[in-house]
Design a protein around this ligand. Structure first.
Ligand code: GLC
Ligand code: CA
Length: 561
């Protein structure tokens, strides 16, 4: 097995807009992150991944970049960034930045040039096509509703935007585009950043011919996936990026890969290191999405969840590396989604059980800001409370077309909207949760008076310290980082349990992912094992055990034979 620091670390994701405001404009900023580094160090995070802070019109909160080498004024200055980086390093943490190069903002100088004329030198930085029959070139729908093509009056052609119409897709088949991006990446690496999280990187290579896609159920549009996701030259481009940039530095690289399969992951994140270190897959997050993969109110089924996550554990073993996550800025909060937030006690216990279940697996764990406090979905009431372009567009499209009733769709947003993850970080029970002195850009969750970092860090049995302990265990036991994985009791409807093995050591992980008691039979060799961590205090190991609701623990057997 190849050891590497990025396999042994825990990453903490920061959504800067919602983390900490320091200048009273209601928007989190880079100095706010610097100010909170001691908190992150106390948690034990090794690496910080910061969502985009670059110059941007902000229509997708910074995932629409108009200058890759400038800091948006609302987040601070380049000097603030350098200061954050230096301070993070001084406090023993690495810093990974977001690389959003599938598309730019339509305000990027490249695109402003590109749209001027068909023979502009920047024309082929983007993907332009003639329309067909007075409409767009094909039936592809965008991730943010509507067609993925936009007619540009000036030249009478359409440009491709797989996301918002303000996010034109770059043309990676143009070598000049690739070289510009590599140059920009080197510039950040030379500044000292420790890696990249690569936004929708599995979509950068498109087929040359772009036929209609299979129609999404109930939708007026077809799917671009067969022609865009894991496209024909994506691995060639990432290998080139690896040669030209990544291999020249000591970096953590993780690709956000929608539409990822195990076989594809073994290429993106191959153990030879010719592309990326690891990839984010979406399969476990899509389990409650229904046919639309998103706007549905299903519950995640524990048996299905075990099947999916175990497939990734064993499928990548020795061939690639997993990234482990429940939460990010695009996903609803996991306690509201899969846990139980009905009472404070169950909320904490379920948050711990879910954390334990994920953090004892093989792969690099990611914690999203507030997850360590068991922050919940937003408490929004009306449509006006939402800010996210995906949510607002989907609401309009699905209600106007009659596919959903307004109240039904609003309920979906309350459960699934990306804004659930984007409410301000809850630091204290005081005014504006200690996030800002002004009106925050998006509403606080009302529960900040009881759920906040101050309360959590003052109580030793809190979710915060549980996460800290999980990180410590990973630092302490190579078994947790590198051990093999084997699922136990795949058909058990409530309990997610598995064994990790390395040399003579075994780790038994048992998580009751339900609010009801659950019966299990514990393999007898663990009876004399050492309890490493538990979600509800002491555990007495017996051959037949009745687990309490959301009870979860890990037991180490040092000398297994
Ligand atoms: C990724 C980001 C998401 C963004 C989209 C377009 O999925 O995580 O926030 O809206 O790409 O850049
Ligand atoms: Ca601010």
């Amino acid at each position: 097995m190849n050891k590497a620091w990025w396999k042994e670390c825990v990453v903490y994701q920061i959504y800067p807009r919602s983390f900490q405001d320091t200048n009273g404009d209601g928007i989190g900023d880079l100095p706010g992150i610097t100010a909170r580094l001691p908190y992150l160090r106390r948690l034990g995070a090794d690496v910080l991944w910061i969502s985009p802070f670059y110059q941007s019109p902000g229509r997708d909160n910074g995932y629409d970049i108009s200058d890759y080498q400038a800091v948006a004024p609302e987040f601070g200055t380049l000097a603030d960034f350098d200061e954050l980086l230096a301070q993070a390093h001084r406090q023993g943490m690495k810093l990974v930045i977001d690389l959003v190069v599938n598309h730019t903002s339509d305000q990027h100088p490249w695109f402003r040039e590109s749209r001027r004329s068909r023979d502009n030198p920047f024309r082929h930085y983007y993907i332009w096509r003639d329309g067909t029959d007075g409409g767009p070139p094909n039936n592809w729908g965008s991730c943010f509703s509507g067609s993925s093509w936009k007619l540009d009056e000036a030249t009478g052609q359409y440009y491709l935007h797989t996301f918002g119409e303000f996010q034109p897709d770059l043309n990676w088949d143009n070598p000049a585009v690739r070289q510009e991006i590599y140059r920009m990446m080197r510039w950040w690496c030379d500044r000292g950043v420790d890696g990249f999280r690569m936004d929708v990187i599995s979509m950068i290579s498109k087929t040359a011919v772009m036929p209609d896609g299979p129609r999404n159920p109930g939708s007026a549009y077809g799917s671009f996936a067969p022609y865009v996701v894991n496209g024909p030259r994506v691995h060639e481009y990432l290998q080139e990026m690896n040669r030209e940039v990544l291999s020249q530095y000591d970096l953590l690289t993780v690709g956000e890969c929608s539409g990822l399969t195990v076989e594809q992951a073994c290429r993106y994140a191959n153990a030879e290191g010719t592309e990326l270190n690891m990839a984010f897959q979406f399969e476990h997050m899509d389990l409650d999405g229904g046919e639309s993969f998103k706007w549905d109110l299903r519950k995640i089924d524990v048996v299905e969840l075990k099947r999916v996550l175990s497939k990734w554990q064993t499928g990548l073993a020795g061939r690639a590396w997993n990234s482990l996550y429940w939460c990010n800025h695009d996903q609803p909060r996991i306690v509201s989604r899969l846990g139980d937030s009905s009472t404070p006690e169950m909320r904490e216990r379920s948050a711990k059980a879910l954390a334990l279940c994920l953090h004892m697996m093989q792969g690099t764990p990611y914690i999203y800001q507030g997850e360590e406090l068991a922050m919940t979905n937003a408490s929004f009431r009306s449509l006006e409370d939402f800010r996210d372009v995906e949510s607002l567009n989907a609401y309009r499209e699905l209600t106007e077309s009659g596919q959903m009733e307004p109240e039904e769709m609003l309920n979906c947003l309350r459960y699934k909207s990306r804004d659930n993850a984007r409410t301000p970080m809850q630091w204290t029970g005081g005014p504006q949760a200690g996030f800002t002195a002004a009106e925050p850009w998006i509403g606080l969750n009302e529960n900040y008076r009881t759920i906040n970092a101050q309360e959590q860090t003052e109580r030793l049995d809190s979710v915060f310290y549980f996460y800290r302990d999980l990180i410590r265990l990973r630092h302490r036991y190579e078994l947790i980082v590198y051990g093999d994985y084997r699922l136990l009791w795949p058909e058990h409807r409530q309990v997610f349990a598995y064994i990790r093995a390395l040399d003579m050591q075994r780790l038994l992980v048992v998580c009751n992912l339900s609010g009801e008691a659950a019966e299990i039979r514990v393999p007898e060799e663990y009876a004399g094992g050492e309890l490493l961590i538990s979600s509800c205090g002491d555990v007495t190991i017996r051959p037949v055990m009745a687990l309490r609701p959301w009870e979860a623990f890990a037991i180490l057997q040092e000398k297994y034979d």
